[in-house]
Design a protein around this ligand. Structure first.
Ligand SMILES: [Zn+2]
Length: 466
């Protein structure tokens, strides 16, 4: 059975308005379903800047084309015009477009044709215009079973947002949250690794600022406390939107990274610290120290703060196991969708150039004075003897694997499931047991009865994040 709830964004005004009254928690109104289980996904989101004469009908039937909504009480209302200028409107549209850019959805400020199936965000007015509580920033429908709605209105009461330096990002946050409710996304409170979900637009939390983006990390839900999500234990807003729309190319700027230490090519002492300054529009997910092409050391991105994630210096210590020789040293910075920028390489000298593989690390060869592993060529599920053979950087139980989300098998390719390994609560993709046993591929080794038994024992030992 499907239910609809009214969902509303609530946000304390950040920055200078932190002492402003908190917006109230909205009532969750449970209403009968609309009977639209089989409708297609509305791939157009129309941002309607009301310029006056914006009539809203409170009705039982939602219809974006006629500004009809089941959210206000029955009646006819006039929504006040967007109170600010063209530049701020354009910046809001640009922000919403950018936040949705990784998904195959069209964001438009031009009214779609009558044949287009779309959702609409009314970006204007005050909540009192439709007789809602004066602290309401926005409100939209969310299907109780999280199926996407179409031909529905999301209200974004632009004129109640504090008109300060954060106005554009704050309204953008409300537009993206309310419209995403229409597509079945719940509020997020904390990522499953314990980090605040404050950098995702589905949050109510004000403990970090800046532009918010739909994140690929699984999150527990809730507005003011951690709860299970309406449709599952956890959700990833990015994953759900990819499922709804398919992927598109993000328009956010790729990371920027420069090496600040060492200052240039030269000698590299054992135990040296390499420092790189990195930043990214979506935030730096992690940085990696590349030595002759191999990521010897990684460091996670710094925490998000009042203005989002600030650019930061990342210090990466040269591991003791790095053999002497010529080293092409570079640092790569990644954002959370995998966009990567790599610095130009600095040619460094640690000790003497290698003369043979005898002084190199295991499985490395020596060429031009450099100890290096061959470029990894083994793909997922190929046999491996050591990790550097695998393009994914993971060799588990003699096979190349890849990291995944343990709560979500769809983060692995088809015929693979995400399992915990040993004491590691992070997931790795393992071929599902029937496939691994060779039932579906006569050419595969390991199809014997004993192999099947061993694989069945190994497979599907799942661990849950707490
Ligand atoms: Zn909301």
């Amino acid at each position: 059975m499907r239910w609809l709830v009214h969902a509303v964004v609530l946000a304390a005004a950040p920055g200078a308005h932190a002492d402003a009254p908190l917006h109230r928690a909205d009532p969750v109104i449970v209403a009968p379903a609309l009977g639209r289980a089989d409708v297609p996904v509305a791939r157009t989101l129309y941002l309607d800047r009301c310029v006056g004469g914006c009539t809203v009908h409170g009705t039982m039937v939602d219809d974006a084309m006629t500004n009809s909504s089941s959210i206000p009480e029955t009646g006819t209302y006039q929504l006040g015009a967007f109170a600010y200028g063209d530049a701020e409107w354009a910046a809001i549209v640009a922000c919403v477009t950018e936040v949705y850019s990784p998904y195959a959805i069209t964001i438009t400020e031009t009214e779609p044709s009558a044949s287009t199936y779309y959702n609409k965000a009314l970006v204007a007015g005050l909540p009192a215009d439709v007789k809602l509580d004066t602290s309401t920033l926005g409100i939209a429908l969310l299907a109780g079973d999280c199926h996407p709605l179409g031909n529905s209105l999301a209200f974004v009461f632009a004129n109640v947002h504090p008109h300060d330096a954060t106005f554009v990002t704050n309204v953008c946050w409300t537009v993206t949250q309310e419209s995403a409710h229409l597509y079945g996304l719940d509020h997020e409170f904390v990522f499953t690794d314990g980090v605040s979900a404050c950098a995702d637009p589905m949050t109510y939390r004000g403990d970090c600022g800046g532009e918010k983006f739909f994140r690929p990390h699984e999150a527990f839900c809730g507005r003011v406390a951690q709860e299970h999500c309406r449709c599952g234990e956890a959700q990833s807003s990015h994953r759900l939107l990819v499922e709804r729309f398919g992927s598109a190319t993000p328009t956010t700027a790729p990371p920027e990274v420069t090496i600040t230490q060492p200052a240039g090519p030269g000698s590299l002492a054992a135990g040296a610290s390499i420092v790189a300054h990195a930043s990214a529009q979506r935030g730096v997910d992690h940085v990696a120290l590349l030595l002759n092409g191999y990521p010897w050391v990684t460091a996670p991105g710094v925490a998000f703060g009042g203005s989002g994630q600030a650019g930061a210096d990342y210090t990466l210590a040269l591991p003791a196991a790095v053999p002497d020789g010529v080293i092409d040293l570079a640092v790569a910075a990644y954002d959370d969708l995998g966009a990567v920028t790599t610095t130009p390489a600095l040619t460094m000298m640690k000790g003497e150039p290698c003369a043979s593989a005898a002084t190199c690390a295991a499985h490395q060869s020596c060429s031009d004075g450099r100890c290096a592993w061959a470029t990894p060529s083994a793909a997922l599920d190929d046999a491996c003897d050591y990790v550097q053979q695998c393009a994914s950087g993971l060799c588990i139980r003699g096979k190349c694997s890849q990291a995944c989300d343990i709560d979500d098998d769809t983060t692995c390719p088809e015929h693979f499931a995400c399992d915990g390994v040993g004491s590691n609560t992070d997931g790795v993709c393992s071929r599902t047991s029937a496939e691994a046993a060779g039932c579906c591929d006569a050419g595969r080794a390991g199809g014997s009865a004993s192999g099947l038994l061993a694989l069945l024992v190994l497979a599907r030992i799942r661990r849950r994040r707490s």
